[in-house]
Write a protein that binds this ligand. Sequence first.
Ligand code: CA
Length: 369
Amino acid sequence: MERRKLLKTATLITAAAGLTACKNSTQQVLNEPSKCAESEQDVIEWKMVTAWPKNFPGLGTGAQFFADAITQMSGGRLTVKVFGSGELVPAFEVFDAVSAGTAQIGHSAAYYWKGKLPEAQYFGAVPFGMNANEMNAWLYHGGGLELWEKAYRPFGLKPLPVGQSGVQMGGWFNKEINHKEDIKGLVMRIPGMGGEILSRAGGTPQALPGAELFTALQTGTIDATEWVGPYNDLAFGLYQAAQFYYYPGWHEPTACLEAMINQKAFDALPEDLKSIVELAAMAANQNMLAEFNANNQRALDTLVNEHQVELREYPDEVLQVFKTYAEDVLSELGEQSELSKEIYLSYKKFADQTKNWLKVSELAYLKVR
Ligand code: CA
């Protein structure tokens, strides 16, 4: 009798201890303990911190798509809750927060981290560099992602491409750009390597946050600003503050967005959930480019036809000046460290090769379409 009673008590304790997350009734726990354990005990909850306001067109919606894809594909075993910039951590603290494990995923752009890791810039946007399709080819099939992993490994982070903006626009101007001399003294909001190039060409780059662009442009504090492309720029109302809309966005032939995942959190996942995270990232990466392309084309029509925006192409001589300085800036970045050199050489070799292919494929085809 005593032994039977002891056994029964032990069973109850085991059931209760192993199933703290189980919401089923006590009777169900006792009748089907293994079923409950499988369905509810193993739910993993991740936080995703992002560098954008929640559901910001393209970037924020892309982060949400990625989070939802993981939650849905895993049948709820791995749930991801998205936090907009400033909700859990500010935009520029995403890298440190995920590295420290405060959140398990971050969604941002690699060039934000150039202060602590200059090599990160190759994985964000490279002036006169590869476009979205070329970038994906390099990352997935040209050794690019392995180099990115190498760069982030010391920080305990696993990077994945999660979104491409495609070619951005050159920007909004209240000053006409007809000759290379027109760049001299131009005050333009343009961050990163693009800003450095503008500076060498005689302009004055400014690094204003998005929220200040409209007023700065309207009051004449700046002569011009780049932002993203028609989809975002229309929503921002920039056409109300500037007359000319220049293309192409030589400084951002794509912005490659990133997810960074806390390596320890990733390593702790079962193999099937690891695959789900990686494949959801690929799906989100492709989906963002489609979202941008579809909406940019619609928004550009609206800007030109309804708001009478003057669409202008940068003159060749101006683009040539920018391109010359871009080569200097990039090769200098390549000299900053052994790792930077390794990435620079891989990037450049791949970009040179894929350009030859583009000439006989996309470019040749577009000319005759
Ligand atoms: Ca931009």
